[in-house]
Design a protein around this ligand. Structure first.
Ligand SMILES: [Fe+2]
Length: 172
């Protein structure tokens, strides 16, 4: 499964100032999710992980400050489990409809701008209800070996630790 990262356009960057265009043509929403310190969206309920799952919204998550780890679970994918160590340079991570997802910040926190694409049936009362992985195929997907995505040497890289496919691949 190849994830998509939509690039941003940096106009100017100095040691103390970064100025960029974060706009996405296809988006019709603009949401900000601030983790002021160590945090998880959505938070665990007791010991159970919880996830968001959208039916009428594709997410495009851009880290504005800090770093955020995203976990994506989608049993319909050939590789159903992904962990993305997202930073601003990677651009906006696309999270397709039907994908269980959660995000985690370290103790320094992070700010994420999500510019989703919502369809006519989008209802905020239904779209942001935390879900548990309560089906066999979801639990199996969560337990499967993740594909890791990270930024190194100015490139997005993915690595699968499956011993049969142990290689790092540069994406862009
Ligand atoms: Fe989401």
């Amino acid at each position: 499964m190849n994830l998509r990262f939509l690039p941003i356009t940096i106009f100017r960057e100095t040691p103390k100032v970064t100025f960029f265009d974060a706009g996405l043509d296809s988006s019709n929403g603009c949401d900000v999710v601030i983790h002021s310190e160590e945090a998880i969206s959505p938070p665990n309920e007791f010991n159970d992980e919880q996830y968001y799952l959208h039916n009428h919204q594709t997410d495009y998550n851009l880290v504005v400050t800090g770093k955020r780890t995203f976990i994506l679970i989608n049993p319909s994918w050939d590789e159903p489990h992904h962990e993305i160590f997202l930073n601003r340079s990677m651009g906006a991570l696309e999270i397709p409809i039907g994908t269980y997802h959660r995000s985690i910040s370290g103790e320094e926190g992070s700010v994420v701008l999500n510019q989703p694409k919502r369809d006519a049936f989008f209802d905020p009362a239904k779209e942001f209800i935390p879900q548990k992985l309560d089906r066999k195929n979801l639990v199996k997907a969560r337990k499967s070996q993740p594909v890791y995505w990270f930024y190194e040497n100015n490139q997005i890289k993915r690595v699968c630790l499956n011993p049969l496919e142990n290689k790092v691949k540069a994406i862009s």
